[in-house]
Design a protein around this ligand. Structure first.
Ligand code: NAD
Ligand code: MG
Length: 394
């Protein structure tokens, strides 16, 4: 395997930490060019001391002074940068071969897009980039020779069971549909009457996966699966009506591809993001990830059921936004980011998340989806609208 020089955006988050765990197992294969950790200065300082990147990127001048002070005291030569342009610079630098995009939310879009413009290998965890700007992002990647590898476990599973030479046309390979599995989250069997009283602490406690706060709430509302439908649509050029969702509470089958001859191919494994991360980082080799072997003796039953839109209205909203296309997914994402933040801050109820998103989708005028600037303006406008609506619910 050729040596990879990596920038890890969001290195201090759940995906970032798992990525560095895999990288640390293969000192012969990877060099770290830059780590970006936003406001988590202490954690980022420890990562810099261990991995000795050329650059570290934080949110602002205050964080930069704090980090630089810590690194200097420890004799670490990593140079500290700050701000959005610095994220773009470390994603675009000529020395870099691959960029792990693991910032949470639409905040990760400009740097992911920069990696696409510069023809990098993009390890894409940040699904919001594809939800907001899927068409433009994939076009940009293609036009500049960038490779987009899916880190999200479902999409990574699909990627693993698609034909190696998958051309982006399902019918050319005898594929009937792509089936995304969903755990159903912590409230799959909760009495619907109790949904109004769901607390942030309950919502972020996922039964199978350990993840960042925002995606944990998205998993509880199943908005995560909705975002993933749109992500799959763009990654695999899959028409909306060829995408299925099935609830599989054990999170062992990570997703499937249904073929014309009746075959369904699945990828399985323990629910640990180091597997899809190692798959992406190692390609075309299979490399050690640190994830334990799947133990069939202790697995018990694997079960599957259809999703229920009454229980998970966010999933329905995402389906509708995917079918509507254009600017609707951008609005869906921005409204959801604001609603989830308001829920986590104790300002609105869990059941209000879908109300905020529905309100913003209903208010959306078509248009604005044909340029990144248009999408970013719509994103900002939607955040303001969502904030005002959420304040009215509080
Ligand atoms: P997280 O909250 O644990 O980490 C987010 C990272 O982004 C942190 O390093 C944080 O410092 C940084 N960050 C936050 N706001 C930022 C901003 N405005 N600008 C720059 N950096 C910022 O999140 P996570 O769970 O690691 O998820 C990251 C992304 O990966 C999300 O898009 C999520 O949907 C996706 N993803 C996560 C998992 C998982 O298991 N955690 C699985 C699949 C996909
Ligand atoms: Mg996923």
């Amino acid at each position: 395997m050729t040596r990879h020089v990596l920038t890890i955006l969001g290195s201090t988050g759940s995906i970032g930490v798992s990525t560095l765990d895999v990288v640390a197992r293969h000192p012969d294969k990877f060099d770290i060019f830059a780590l970006a950790g936003h406001r988590q200065v202490e954690k980022l300082a420890a990562q810099c001391l261990r991995f000795r990147p050329k650059f570290a990127v934080v949110a602002d001048g205050g964080c930069a002074a704090d980090l630089a002070g810590r690194l200097k005291a420890a004799g670490c030569a990593t140079e500290v940068l700050h701000g959005e342009q610095a994220l773009i610079d470390v994603a675009s630098a000529a020395e870099v071969s691959g960029v792990m995009c693991a910032i949470v939310g639409a905040a990760g879009l400009p740097s992911a897009l920069a990696a696409a413009r510069h023809g990098k290998t993009i390890y894409l965890a940040n699904k919001e980039t594809l939800v907001v700007s899927g068409a433009l992002f994939m076009e940009t990647a293609q036009a500049n020779g960038a490779t987009v590898l899916p880190v999200d476990s479902e999409h990574n599973a699909v990627f693993q069971v698609l034909p190696r030479d998958y051309s982006g046309r399902l019918d050319a390979h005898g594929i009937e549909s792509i089936i995304l599995t969903a755990s159903g989250g912590p409230f799959l069997n909760t009495d619907l009457a109790a949904f109004d009283a769901i607390t942030p602490a309950q919502a972020v406690k996922h039964p199978n996966w350990s993840m960042g706060q925002k995606i944990s709430v998205d998993s509880a509302s199943m908005m995560n699966k909705g975002l993933e439908l749109i992500e799959a649509h763009w990654l695999f050029n899959c028409p909306p009506d060829k995408l299925e969702v099935v609830i599989h509470p054990q999170s062992v089958v990570h997703s499937m591809v249904r073929y014309r001859d009746g075959s369904v191919l699945a990828q399985m494994g323990n629910p640990d993001m180091r597997t899809p991360i190692a798959y992406c980082l190692g390609l075309p080799e299979r490399i050690e990830s640190g994830v334990g072997a799947l133990d069939f003796g202790s697995l018990g039953a694997l079960t599957f059921q259809a999703p229920d839109f009454d229980r998970f209205p966010c999933l329905k909203l995402a389906y509708d936004a995917m079918h509507a296309g254009g600017s609707a997914p951008c609005v869906l994402n921005a409204a959801n980011e604001i609603a989830v933040a308001a829920f986590l801050a104790g300002q609105i109820k869990f059941t209000d998340i879908a109300k905020v998103v529905a309100h913003c989708l209903a208010a959306n005028q078509a248009g604005g989806a044909d340029s990144i600037d248009g999408l970013l303006a719509l994103d900002a406008e939607t955040r303001t609208r969502a904030q005002a609506f959420a304040a009215g619910l509080a």
